[in-house]
Design a protein around this ligand. Structure first.
Ligand SMILES: Nc1ncnc2c1ncn2[C@@H]1O[C@H](COP(=O)(O)OP(=O)(O)OP(=O)(O)O)[C@@H](O)[C@H]1O
Ligand SMILES: N[C@@H](CCO)C(=O)O
Length: 320
């Protein structure tokens, strides 16, 4: 994550007084990520992650995210557990932002995933979908097809300065995807941002999933579409069908896909590419002054979007 809101040791110690976690030993801002402010917090009680929720997270959604992490962890999924204060509250306020502490997960994320990593990811994603099946809360996906025109408007007039012709291409995509977006696919809890930096490994073993702050109720196969984009392109920008196949096969080994879900993958992957291209574009063109953040490159997702425009069936992703 990034750091948008600074927290001093004194402010943090006062915040921690509500918890049974002993005295603060150290606290360090985490530069990775782009969405919220994150700190690594070491106390006499152990290691924790402190998150201050920033612009894209609505305070009204926090009970969904906190409840979901609790629910998934109680179903055996390895994800952060919210830490409760003496009054039983997992959410507090720090420097004017909603804030929470969660448990620290061991592991590292993989910068260049192999087909084996993608297979492990597919299995873990299907397990997440299964574990979420009886989660009682619902949250619509606020970054799905209906929100994309407003997101594009929020990027402002600079799009063609990032890549010539980008505005025209986005307008075309908005129209095509509004027309073709699949409805009626099996739905449930999706992570919706399961990028490599949100999946930890210890050796070759997938050890945990983090960052549930885009999780929502949506088509389960949308998660696969996000991961085809985030995990299955080679460093030279070419799609790698071996990784795509491993991801899809890993998933299907735990939760079978219906014919409708498979058929929908190209348009879902195209929409997922546009979604991340647009949020990156907004962030690229609007870096808050003083923020410790490195915005992610929207052009990476423009290239992925161009690829999906050429795809007509899931076989292009390695599906067999
Ligand atoms: N529970 C956790 N255990 C261990 N490390 C964590 C945990 N949560 C976050 N981190 C660390 O903080 C970094 C950023 O966290 P996270 O991905 O949640 O931030 P973000 O701003 O939402 O990022 P993104 O750009 O992926 O949305 C992670 O890459 C990881 O190094
Ligand atoms: N995973 C996102 C950032 C968090 O939304 C991206 O790479 O654009």
């Amino acid at each position: 994550m990034a750091v948008y809101t600074d927290v001093s040791d004194a402010e943090l110690s006062a915040f921690l007084d509500r918890y049974d976690m002993g005295a603060l030993l150290s606290c360090k801002g985490i530069a990775e990520g782009v969405e919220n402010s994150n700190y690594f917090v070491h106390t006499e009680g152990g290691n924790f992650i402190l998150t201050l929720y920033e612009k894209r997270v609505s305070a009204d959604d926090l009970p969904f995210f906190i409840g979901l992490m609790d629910h998934l962890a109680s179903r055996g999924l390895n994800c952060p557990r919210p830490v409760r204060d003496r009054a039983g509250e997992a959410l507090g306020t720090l420097n004017g932002r909603p804030a929470a502490l969660v448990t620290f997960l061991d592991g590292v994320w993989i910068k260049q995933p192999s087909a084996e990593h993608c297979g492990a990811l597919g299995r873990a994603m299907a397990e997440l979908h299964r574990a979420g099946a009886d989660f009682p809360l619902r949250r619509p996906n606020g970054l799905s097809v209906d929100s994309w025109p407003a997101l594009f408007a929020a990027a402002g007039p600079g799009a063609d300065g990032v890549a010539p012709g980008l505005s025209a291409l986005v307008r075309e995509e908005l129209a095509v995807l509004a027309d073709r977006w699949p409805r009626g696919l099996p739905e449930g809890v999706v992570h919706a941002d399961l990028f490599p930096d949100n999946v930890f490994f210890l050796g070759d073993r997938l050890s945990g999933l983090i960052d549930f702050y885009f999780a929502c109720t949506d088509a389960l196969s949308y998660d696969l579409a996000v991961c085809l984009n985030a995990w299955c392109f080679a460093p030279d920008g070419a799609f790698d069908p071996a990784r795509g196949r491993a991801l899809l096969d890993g998933y299907r080994a735990v939760r079978p896909l219906s014919a409708a879900e498979v058929e929908a993958l190209p348009v879902l992957a195209r929409g997922a590419a546009l979604r991340f291209m647009l949020t990156r574009l907004v962030d690229w063109l609007n870096v808050p002054p003083g923020a410790l953040v490195r915005p992610k490159d929207p052009k990476e997702y423009l290239a992925k979007l161009r690829f999906h425009r050429t795809v007509s069936s899931a076989e292009a992703y390695g599906f067999a």
